[in-house]
Design a protein around this ligand. Structure first.
Ligand code: KIV
Length: 283
């Protein structure tokens, strides 16, 4: 069954989005990617025509309230990817390979990437890193698994790089990022996430590589954009990155609804007995 809303913008593709289709959109249309971790969000985002749903390791901070992404496990990603895959009828579902699920050995990387497809229904995996990850990307792609690369700010290396900041501001960093982008694209990644890359550098990378760039906090010239959905809809509890322009205040709606529920309870309304035979919706 497809839930795609009739009015949804679909970039000209109503059937399932695939990795080759995404790759072929370079210079043709702007691609959309949002994070999804559960059934309700995945269903709504899919119906709205989002091209790619990322089960990101931002799962840790966003859903489980962890200080960073390092504690997210492969089992966490598999569990949430399973539910997102069961909801998405059009969007390409991407499972984020968590910290230490692909860095230890090529064999482990291919096995773990494969589990995301076999056990959780993902269509692709994402991993962080540039030049140093090219052998891993090659091995996973050789196994028939589409790979999204992720360079710039790579939160799994937060302790090694010394914090969250913008990358590519200096000439030396710009050259390193260009080399990273070219290397991961040549290794077979079908698109590349650029996180917190200075706009001019992101623009240069976008012109230099043959696969789409998907920016987050990297300016508007990338081939597509990705955001954490909770940031976009105003549902983030805690820090929201400066580059996000929330389009709604869902946190405000939830708080108001909860307060009105408390008020109704205080008025004794919610404790009224349900009338027999009344149409009651229950979980
Ligand atoms: O985990 C995540 O949500 C991500 C995006 C921010 C790109 O990696």
């Amino acid at each position: 069954m497809t839930y795609l809303a009739n009015s949804a913008p679909t970039n000209g593709i109503r059937k399932r989005v695939t990795a080759p289709w995404v790759r072929a959109q370079k210079n043709l249309c702007k691609l959309s990617m949002l994070t999804a971790y559960d059934f309700a969000f995945a269903t709504l985002l899919d119906r709205a025509g989002i091209d790619m749903l990322l089960v990101g390791d931002s799962l840790g901070p966003v859903i489980y309230g962890t200080p960073n992404t390092l504690s997210v496990t492969l089992d966490d990603i598999l569990r949430h990817t399973r539910t997102v895959s069961s909801a998405a009828t059009r969007a390409l579902v991407i499972a984020d390979l968590p910290f230490l699920s692909y860095q230890v050995s090529l064999e482990q990387a291919v096995t773990n990437a494969g589990r995301c497809l076999k056990e959780a229904g993902a269509h692709a995996v994402k991993l962080e890193g540039g030049v140093e990850q090219t052998e891993t990307i090659r091995a996973i792609v050789r196994a028939g698994i589409p790979v999204v690369a992720h360079i710039g700010l790579t939160p799994q290396s937060v302790h090694a790089v010394g914090g969250y900041r913008t990358y590519g501001k200096t000439e030396a960093e710009r050259d390193l990022l260009l080399a990273d982008a070219k290397a991961v694209a040549e290794a077979g990644a079908f698109c590349v996430v650029l996180e917190c890359v200075q706009e001019a550098t992101a623009t240069e990378i976008t012109k230099a590589i043959a696969v789409p760039t998907i920016g987050i906090g990297s300016g508007s010239n990338c081939d597509g954009q990705v955001l954490v959905t909770q940031d976009l809809v105003g549902l983030t509890v805690g820090h929201v990155p400066k580059f996000v322009n929330p389009v709604a205040d869902v946190a405000g709606i939830i708080s108001a609804a909860a307060q009105s529920f408390v008020a109704r309870m205080n008025d004794g309304e919610e404790s009224k007995p349900v009338v027999k035979g009344e149409n009651v919706i229950s979980h």
